[in-house]
Design a binder for this molecule. Structure first.
Ligand code: CS2
Ligand code: MG
Length: 420
C-alpha cells in the first residue's frame, strides 16, 4: 500500500457555527480527517494549511506522525501561537485517523490502549438568576449528570431599572422534546467584531459565593461543581474568590486569572485549597510546564485543536501524570466533533484522566458528522471504529457555507477593554 501523502485539503463548513476540517489522502486512497478550527480566525488557519502546509506534506510518509509534527513545528522557525498550532493540530489528528483506518484500529488502541472503560463528562448549566440556575442543575442531575459547570448572569447594580446584566460565556443549549435548539449557546459568536458587551468583575464577585453555596446546597455534596471565571479577575480578586468558594468544595475553579499571567497563580494557590485548572489558551508545552513543575494547578485544560493535536497533548498528559495533575481537556462547541472524538480517545487512554467537558451539540451537526456516543449516568462511551470514529459527509459540509463570525468583545462601564 502506498502510504505517501497525495493531498492535504481544507473544508470550511458552518452547520451551526464555523468548523475548519483537514482532509489528508494517501496515494492508496485512504483518507483521514482532523479539526483545525480557531474560533473567529478560521481563515487565517486555512491560509496556513492551503498555502504552506499542504505543499510541504505532499509525498511524505503518512505514518511518520511524530516526524511530521516535528517538521511542521521546527522547520517553520516561527514556533507556536494559536494559528500555526491549530493548523498543525488538524494535520496531526487527520494522520492518527488515517493510521487507524489503515490498521483497522481505533486511535486509543494505537496510543497504548484503554486505562478505563468510560469517560466522566460535564455539561454546562446556566441561569440568568440563581433560581433558574438551580432549576437547570436539577434537570441535568435528573438526566444523570454527576458533574456540572455552572454560570450565571450578574445583575447590573448601576442600572437596576434597565434589567441589564453581566453575563458569562456559557454553552448551555436547551433542546425541546423534538431535539430542536430552543436557545442558542450564550455569547460565543457575534456577527461583527465591534459587537461589545459590558462587564464589571466586582458585582459578579459579590454574587459568586452565595450563588455557589445555594447551588451546592441544592444538588448535595456528591455532584462535582466546576466554575469558569474566564480570566476576568485580577490576581487578588481571584484569591478572594478561591477563598470564599472553599466551603463549596468545587471540583475546580477554571482560569481564575488571565492564563498567560502564570506567576500570579502562585498567589491564588498559596491562599486556598480550591482546586485550580487552566490551559485552554495554551499552544505549547513551555506555557504549561512551569505550572506543572510548581504544582500550581490540579487539572490541565488544554485544547487539542489549539495545542497542536494528539501528539503533543499526549505528551502533556504524561508530564502532568508525573506531577500528580489530572486532565480536563477543553471541549467547547467551537471545536468540531472530530476534535472532541480525538480527546475522547486520549481520555480513555491516559492514566491521569480527570473529567471531560462536553456539550449538547446542535442537531444540525449530525448532517455533516456521523458519530455514535452514549452518555449514561454522566459517563460517555462511543462506538468502536477504526481511527477517530467520526464520518464526514463532504457534500453536506459544502451545503453549509462559511459565515464570518467573531468572539464578542467586552468593555467595562468606563469603556476600557476587558477580558472576555
Ligand atoms: C470556555 C470556552 O469551555 C470553556 O471553558 O472557556 O467556551 C471558550 O469561551 C470558548 O472556547 C471560546 O471560543
Ligand atoms: Mg474555559
Amino acid at each position: 500500500m502506498d502510504n505517501r501523502i497525495a493531498s492535504v485539503e481544507t473544508l470550511l463548513t458552518c452547520p451551526d457555527r464555523n468548523y475548519l476540517l483537514v482532509k489528508v489522502t494517501t496515494e492508496a486512497g485512504v483518507v483521514g480527517y482532523g479539526d483545525a478550527t480557531l474560533n473567529g480566525r478560521e481563515l487565517a488557519v486555512k491560509t496556513v494549511l492551503d498555502e504552506y502546509t499542504a505543499p510541504l506534506l505532499r509525498g511524505c510518509d503518512s505514518g511518520r506522525i511524530e516526524d511530521i509534527w516535528q517538521m511542521l513545528f521546527r522547520h517553520t522557525y516561527w514556533r507556536g501561537g494559536p494559528v500555526l498550532q491549530t493548523a498543525m493540530a488538524g494535520v496531526d489528528m487527520a494522520l492518527w485517523d488515517l493510521l487507524g483506518k489503515r490498521t483497522g484500529l481505533p486511535v486509543y488502541q494505537l496510543l497504548g490502549g484503554k486505562s478505563r472503560d468510560r469517560i466522566k463528562t460535564y455539561y454546562h448549566v446556566h441561569g440568568d438568576t440563581s433560581e433558574a440556575l438551580i432549576a437547570r442543575a436539577h434537570e441535568a442531575v435528573k438526566a444523570g449528570a454527576q458533574v456540572l459547570r455552572y454560570s450565571f448572569s450578574t445583575k447590573n447594580p448601576f442600572h437596576p431599572e434597565s434589567g441589564r446584566s453581566y453575563t458569562q460565556p456559557h454553552q448551555d443549549i436547551e433542546l425541546n422534546e423534538r431535539f430542536e435548539v430552543k436557545g442558542q449557546a450564550g455569547g460565543t459568536m457575534a456577527d461583527t467584531e465591534t459587537q461589545i458587551a459590558r462587564w464589571e468583575t466586582e458585582p459578579y464577585l459579590e454574587e459568586l459565593p452565595d450563588i455557589t453555596a445555594a447551588l451546592r446546597h441544592a444538588v448535595g455534596p456528591h455532584i462535582g461543581l466546576i466554575h469558569d471565571i474566564h480570566s476576568r479577575c485580577t490576581p487578588i480578586q481571584a484569591v478572594r474568590a478561591a477563598k470564599e468558594l472553599e466551603p463549596c468544595h468545587l471540583l475546580f475553579l477554571e482560569d481564575p486569572i488571565e492564563p498567560l499571567n502564570r506567576e500570579a497563580l502562585e498567589l491564588v494557590r498559596a491562599a486556598s485549597a480550591t482546586p485550580l485548572a487552566t490551559g485552554e489558551l495554551f499552544n505549547t508545552m513551555d506555557q504549561l510546564l512551569p505550572l506543572l513543575q510548581r504544582r500550581l494547578i490540579d487539572y490541565i485544560r488544554l485544547d487539542i485543536s489549539h495545542f497542536g493535536g494528539i501528539t503533543p497533548l499526549r505528551k502533556a498528559a504524561y508530564v502532568a501524570e508525573a506531577c500528580g495533575v489530572k486532565t480536563a481537556f477543553h471541549g467547547p462547541g467551537d471545536i468540531s466533533p472530530l476534535a472532541h472524538a480525538a480527546q475522547f480517545h486520549l481520555d480513555l487512554h491516559v492514566p491521569n484522566f480527570g473529567v471531560q467537558e462536553t456539550l449538547r451539540f446542535d442537531p444540525r451537526l449530525s448532517e455533516v458528522f456521523e458519530w455514535h456516543t452514549v452518555t449514561e449516568d454522566g459517563y460517555l462511551s462511543f462506538e468502536e471504529q477504526p481511527g477517530l470514529g467520526v464520518a464526514v459527509d463532504e457534500a453536506a459540509a459544502a451545503a453549509f457555507p462559511y459565515r464570518k463570525a467573531f468572539i464578542p468583545g467586552h468593555r467595562d462601564e468606563g469603556g476600557a477593554v476587558h477580558d472576555w
